[in-house]
Design a binder for this molecule. Structure first.
Ligand SMILES: C=CC1=C(C)c2cc3[nH]c(cc4nc(cc5[nH]c(cc1n2)c(C)c5CCC(=O)O)C(CCC(=O)O)=C4C)c(C)c3C=C
Ligand code: FE2
Ligand code: FE2
Length: 335
C-alpha cells in the first residue's frame, strides 16, 4: 500500500552497532590538541572540580602549556591513517562489519573530537537503524569513560523527536571471552620475544583515588581483570596505574615509578601490557612503549618489551563479536 504523502516510506528496519572510544585530536599539532583537550578536560565526568574553580586553571594554564607537549607525544606515534586510536577503532569497525548479518550495520565514533557520537547516531538512523547498540570499548567501567560515553549518546537522543531504541554494552572486565583473548594475545607476544621477562607489568590508566572512595568500581574492575589474567596464565603479574594528571592523589602504584624501581629489585627484563586499552594509543605507544622503556632502562633494566593491545587482531575481533552478539541476541531474534 502506498503511504500518504505526509508519511514518507522508510527504509527497512536495521540494527546499528556504534563502537565508541575516548577520542583523539584531528592532527598531531598543538592547535588541534588544544581543541581536543578543551573538550575532554571540560567534561565534568572527567574532572570533578566545580567549573568555577577548574575552568580558569584549564583555560589559563593547562591549555596554554600541555597542547605543545602532548602534540610532541602524538607526533611520535602518528600513522599514515592518523591517530593510532582512531585508526584502530576504524579498523575494528571494518573488521566487525557483516559479522551479525546484512541487517546489522557497524560504525564507530568518539566521545571527544571526531567522528562525534551524535553524527554517527544520526548516520545510523538515516541508514534505517531503529535499534542501536552503543558499545563503549572500555573493559573496566569508569564514570570518566563508560558513563560519559553513554551520557553523550543519550543526550543526543534527547534532541530527537523520533528516537531509535538504544542499549549499551556493559563492562566486560571479567568476561571469559575477554580474559581468554588477553591471555592468548599476551602469550603470543611473549613467544615472539627474544628474551624471557623476569616480570610482567599490567598497566591500567589511572584515576584520582577519590573516585574509588566515592564508589566508582574502576579500581576493583582493574584488580579483577589482573587477577583473572594472572590465574589464566598461571603466573604473577605486577599491577600499576599510569598517566597521572594533576596534583591530587591517584590510584597507585604508578607505572613509571614501578618501572624505575624494578631493576633495583633484580628485575632487569620486563614486559608490559595494558589490558584496559582496547586500542593502542598515545598512552600506550608513547607513554609506555617509549617513555616507560626510558624509565626502566635508565634505572638499569636491560630488556624491555611493550606488548600490544588486542586492537583489530583476529583474537580481539572474535572477542568483540562474542560480546556484541550476546547483547544483540534479543533484537536479532525478534527481527
Ligand atoms: C583528569 C584527567 C584524566 C582522567 C581522569 C583520565 C581518565 C581515563 N583516560 C582513559 C583513556 C585514555 N586517556 C587518553 C589520553 C589522555 N588522558 C588524559 C587525562 C585523563 N584521563 C589526557 C590529558 C590525555 C591526552 C594525552 C595527554 O595529553 O597526555 C587516551 C588516549 C587518547 C589518544 O588520542 O590516543 C585514552 C585511551 C581511561 C581509560 C581513563 C579512566 C579509566
Ligand atoms: Fe586518559
Ligand atoms: Fe599520558
Amino acid at each position: 500500500m502506498t503511504p500518504p504523502a505526509d508519511h514518507p516510506a522508510l527504509p527497512p528496519s536495521k540494527i546499528g552497532v556504534l563502537l565508541v572510544n575516548l577520542g583523539t585530536p584531528d592532527e598531531a599539532r598543538a592547535p588541534a590538541v588544544k581543541r581536543y583537550l578543551a573538550e575532554f578536560l571540560s567534561d565534568r565526568r572527567v574532572v570533578e572540580i566545580p567549573p568555577i574553580a577548574w575552568q580558569p586553571i584549564l583555560r589559563g594554564i593547562i591549555l596554554n602549556t600541555r597542547p605543545k607537549k602532548s602534540a610532541h607525544a602524538y607526533g611520535q606515534v602518528w600513522t599514515d591513517e592518523g591517530s593510532p586510536l582512531a585508526a584502530v577503532t576504524r579498523a575494528q569497525a571494518a573488521a566487525l562489519a557483516g559479522s551479525f548479518g546484512p541487517d546489522v550495520l557497524v560504525d564507530w565514533g568518539m566521545r571527544y573530537g571526531n567522528p562525534s557520537i551524535a553524527s554517527r547516531l544520526d548516520a545510523l538512523k538515516a541508514a534505517g537503524c531503529e535499534r542501536i547498540l552503543v558499545a563503549p570499548l572500555y573493559p573496566q567501567y569508569c564514570a570518566a569513560t563508560t558513563a560519559t560515553a553513554n551520557d553523550k549518546a543519550f543526550a543526543h537522543l534527547a534532541t530527537l523527536r523520533w528516537q531509535p531504541a538504544l542499549r549499551t554494552l556493559p563492562p566486560y572486565y571479567d568476561d571469559p571471552a575477554y580474559i581468554q583473548a588477553l591471555k592468548d594475545s599476551v602469550e603470543e607476544s611473549l613467544a615472539r620475544l627474544e628474551f624471557v621477562p623476569d616480570a610482567i607489568v599490567v598497566s591500567f590508566h589511572g584515576m584520582p583515588k577519590r573516585t574509588l572512595e566515592l564508589g566508582d568500581p574502576y579500581h576493583c574492575h582493574c584488580q579483577k581483570t589482573a587477577r583473572l589474567l594472572s590465574d589464566a596464565m598461571g603466573r604473577e603479574l605486577i599491577v600499576a596505574f599510569q598517566s597521572r594528571f594533576g596534583r591530587a592523589e591517584w590510584l597507585g602504584p604508578a607505572t613509571d615509578t614501578t618501572l624505575a624501581t624494578l631493576p633495583g629489585k633484580g628485575v632487569r627484563k620486563v614486559a608490559i601490557v595494558a589490558p584496559g586499552f582496547s586500542a593502542d594509543c598515545v598512552e600506550t605507544l608513547e607513554e609506555l612503549a617509549i617513555r616507560g622503556r626510558e624509565s626502566f632502562e635508565g634505572a638499569g633494566g636491560t630488556h624491555f618489551a611493550y606488548l600490544p593491545c588486542l586492537n583489530d587482531t583476529p583474537g580481539g575481533i572474535q572477542m568483540l563479536q562474542t560480546l556484541l552478539r550476546r547483547e544483540l541476541a534479543g533484537w536479532l531474534a525478534s527481527a
